[in-house]
Design a protein around this ligand. Structure first.
Ligand code: CA
Ligand code: CA
Length: 281
């Protein structure tokens, strides 16, 4: 296992050193979770990252095992897909889906911790952090009395700095959702986009002007996901993930989401390139 990780780490380091345009994290699926640290109740389940499962009272997180050096004062761009399944219907009115509590994309300075369960969505109480939450349970005023919203949270505080109702569909309906999150340190603008469509929307779903480098206190950060369940639950799965250590919106303009190459493919590609060079020489 360690040998495998080392073999994978070497080409990744090469990639980071030799190509400014390459993503530093790329998973087309999670059949391999090499390079990630799973904490609390998080688990690999088939090809997905199950940050929490459809069981009450869970709290889980998954972070990059190594810090990512965020160039240009913490600029970054990321795209991922999530899906929530098997929502608990015990608390629902007839004919509705509910389930709890959602998923949070997190940039922080620690890679092996988990925040509070339930309404904490595995994020509550994590200091020096920024989170973009996909919240499926109404915890009252802090959630603006919404059970289907996206919010930007700072320093583990579940009272979102900004929050928007998700009107396209219920996030607990079992659909695959695409998320793009971009932070540009030149403008200190953090933007999040959420849709079931494969095309990056022109306009942001939610945005916040905030100096992230000041919040983090560093530009070396762990990046990943947290989730929680409480008295209600659902499977909270991440299906794919690409992360760039600079402001470089993925699928920018009106392009559809590019099919990202997996870690293994990246490694294989470099190995092939190496073999090709050897043959030429
Ligand atoms: Ca909530
Ligand atoms: Ca919330």
């Amino acid at each position: 296992m360690i040998k495998t990780l080392m073999r994978m780490a070497a080409p990744l380091a090469m990639l980071a050193a030799t190509s400014a345009s390459a993503a530093v994290i790329t998973y087309t699926d999670f059949s391999s979770v090499a390079g990630l640290t799973l904490n609390g109740n998080a688990a690999q389940s088939g090809n997905v990252l199950r940050v929490t499962s459809a069981v009450d009272g869970q709290s889980g997180s998954v972070f990059s095992t190594n810090t990512v050096s965020l160039a240009s004062n913490a600029s970054f761009s990321t795209h991922f897909q999530f899906r929530f399944t098997s929502p608990d219907t015990g608390f629902c009115d007839t004919g509705t889906v509910c389930g709890a509590d959602g998923l949070v994309f997190v940039v922080q300075t620690v890679g092996n911790n988990v925040g509070g369960s339930g309404g904490g969505i595995g994020y509550a109480g994590l200091p020096n952090s920024v989170g973009v939450e996909f919240d499926t349970w109404n915890n009252g005023g802090g959630d603006n009395n919404s059970s289907n919203h996206i919010g930007i949270d700072l320093n583990g505080n579940m009272n979102s700095a900004v929050l928007a109702e998700v009107t396209e569909a219920d996030m607990n309906s079992g659909d695959i959702w695409n998320v793009w999150i971009d932070y540009n340190s030149a403008t200190t603008l953090l933007e999040a986009r959420l849709t079931r469509a494969a095309t990056r929307p022109a306009g942001a779903t939610l945005s916040l002007t905030q100096n992230l480098a000041a919040i983090l206190g560093t530009t070396n950060a762990f990046v990943g996901f947290t989730s929680g369940t409480g008295a209600s639950h659902a499977n909270h799965d991440v299906l794919s993930w690409t992360f760039e250590d600079r402001f470089a919106p993925i699928g920018g303009g009106n392009n559809t989401v590019p099919e990202p190459g997996s870690l293994l493919l990246v490694g294989a590609g470099l190995a092939l390139a190496g073999a090709f060079r050897k043959r030429k020489a």
